[in-house]
Design a protein around this ligand. Structure first.
Ligand SMILES: [Zn+2]
Length: 396
C-alpha cells in the first residue's frame, strides 16, 4: 500500500482582530525559536552533545511553565517549534555531509530568526469545514476553497506573505489505489534556458512568457524603491507593492508548472531529469536570475508528486556529461556554453544541443535500472511531497 501525501493551499481572510492574534502568536513562536536555539547552542558548548528533539520538547514544556504569557498560543503550535528547529539541525548535518563535484559544500548553521511568518497545527487544534476553519485560540477563519479536500488531514498551517496576504495550507494523506504503470513511453527531459524544457522525443516546452512582462514591472518598482528614503512611509508602500508583484509572478509561474507537470506525467510512463544540475547551475551568478525564474526545482518536485497517481515514474539522474556525450556513439567532447548544436567529431552526428542532452538523460536512466546505486540521484523533496523516484527505493 502506498500513501499519497499532498497539500492544499487556500487564500484566507482573518478578521482584523484575528490578524492581531495571529501576528502575536507568530511573535511568540519566533521568540521561542530563538530561545530554544540559544539553549541548544549552549548545551552543545557545555556538553559537546547535540540537543535532541526530545530534549527540545522537554525544554519547551518547562519554559512555558516559567513564562505564562506563552499560554496565549495553542500548545501544539508551540510544540511545532522544536519540530522546526530539529528539522533545521537535521538539514544542517545532512548537507554538511554532502559533496558536490567532489568538494564539500558550505552550509550555514541554523540562525536566529527575525520573524516567523507561519503557524503550524500538527494533528489537532483545528477543525476544517466547508470554506472555514476553526483554529484553537484564534477562532473561525474564512478561506476561499476551490478544491474539495480529499484524504485525512494531517497538519494545517496559516501563513502570512510579505505583502500581507494570508494563506491556509492543509496537508493530507490518502491511500493510492491506482496501478503504477501506465504503459506509455519513457522520456528524458533537459531543462534549459532557451526553452523551458526539451524532451528526448524532440518535444519543446517554451518558457512561460508571463514572467518576462511582469519582470519589467518588477524592475521599475525596484528602481523606484531605491530612490525612496530609508524608513519612509513611501518606501514601505513601495516594498509592499514589490512583494505583491513578486507574489503575482510566483502564482503565474506556479500555474504554468502545475499544468506542465500534470500534462507530462499523464503522457509518459517514465520521466528522467538531471538531478543535481539544478543546484549546480543556480550557483552560476550570471544565470542565477533566469534559473530561479525558470524554477526547475519546483517543477521536478511537482513532477515527482503528481507522478504516482498518474502511474508514471520520475527519476533524477546524475548530470555528469549529459551535454558532452554524443547520444549516438557515446563519444565525449567539450561543447561551449553558447554552442547550440552538438557536432560529434567521431561519428559526425549533428544534433540540437538540448535534444542531445535529453536523449542522454533518458539513456542514463535506462542504464541505471541495472546499476541503481551508480547513476541515479535521489530527487530532492520537501517534507510534504511524495517521493516517486522509486528506482531508488526498490521497484514495485
Ligand atoms: Zn558520435
Amino acid at each position: 500500500m502506498v500513501i499519497l501525501k499532498s497539500t492544499y493551499k487556500f487564500r484566507a481572510y482573518p478578521s482584523k482582530g484575528q490578524k492581531a492574534i495571529l501576528n502575536h502568536q507568530m511573535f511568540l513562536c519566533k521568540e521561542l525559536y530563538n530561545h530554544l536555539l540559544e539553549k541548544a547552542k549552549q548545551h552543545f558548548k557545555d556538553t559537546g552533545k547535540t540537543f535532541t528533539k526530545y530534549d527540545m520538547i522537554k525544554w519547551v514544556t518547562k519554559f512555558k511553565k516559567e513564562n505564562p504569557e506563552y499560554n496565549e498560543a495553542y500548545s501544539q503550535v508551540l510544540q511545532n517549534v522544536p519540530d522546526r528547529l530539529s528539522k533545521a539541525y537535521k538539514n544542517f548535518f545532512r548537507r554538511a555531509k554532502e559533496k558536490r563535484g567532489g568538494k564539500k559544500i558550505k552550509v550555514g548553521f541554523p540562525r536566529f530568526r527575525n520573524f516567523v511568518s507561519s503557524l503550524t497545527y500538527p494533528q489537532s487544534g483545528f477543525k476544517v469545514e466547508k470554506k472555514k476553519v476553526d483554529l484553537s485560540k484564534i477562532g473561525r477563519i474564512n478561506f476561499v476553497g476551490h478544491r474539495e479536500i480529499e484524504g485525512d488531514i494531517k497538519t494545517l498551517s496559516i501563513k502570512k506573505t510579505k505583502s500581507g496576504e494570508w494563506y491556509i495550507t492543509i496537508s493530507v494523506e490518502k491511500e493510492d489505489t491506482i496501478p503504477f504503470k501506465n504503459g506509455k513511453e519513457a522520456i528524458g527531459i533537459d531543462l534549459g534556458l532557451k526553452e523551458y524544457a526539451t524532451l528526448s522525443d524532440d518535444t519543446r516546452i517554451p518558457n512561460p512568457r508571463i514572467s518576462n512582462k511582469s519582470i519589467g514591472k518588477l524592475k521599475t518598482i525596484q528602481r523606484r524603491l531605491s530612490n525612496k528614503k530609508k524608513g519612509s512611509k513611501n518606501r514601505r508602500k513601495a516594498k509592499i507593492k514589490l512583494a505583491r508583484i513578486s507574489e503575482h509572478i510566483a502564482r503565474q509561474r506556479d500555474d504554468f508548472l502545475h499544468k506542465t507537470s500534470h500534462r507530462l506525467v499523464n503522457s509518459y510512463s517514465l520521466i528522467a531529469y538531471e538531478g543535481l544540475k539544478i543546484t549546480n547551475m543556480v550557483k552560476n551568478h550570471n544565470l542565477a536570475r533566469q534559473i530561479t525564474d525558470a524554477s526547475w526545482g519546483s517543477f521536478t518536485q511537482y513532477l515527482c508528486y503528481k507522478a504516482e497517481s498518474a502511474g508514471c515514474r520520475v527519476v533524477g539522474v546524475n548530470p555528469r556529461n549529459t551535454t558532452r556525450t554524443c547520444s549516438r556513439c557515446g563519444n565525449i567532447q567539450d561543447i561551449g556554453l553558447s554552442e547550440r548544436t552538438y557536432l560529434c567529431q567521431k561519428c559526425g552526428l549533428k544534433i540540437d544541443r538540448d535534444l542531445n542532452a535529453a536523449i542522454n538523460i533518458l539513456t542514463t536512466a535506462g542504464h541505471a535500472g541495472s546499476n541503481a546505486s551508480g547513476d541515479i540521484v535521489r530527487p530532492r523533496f520537501e517534507a510534504n511531497v511524495v517521493e516517486s523516484g522509486t528506482i531508488l527505493g526498490g521497484l514495485r
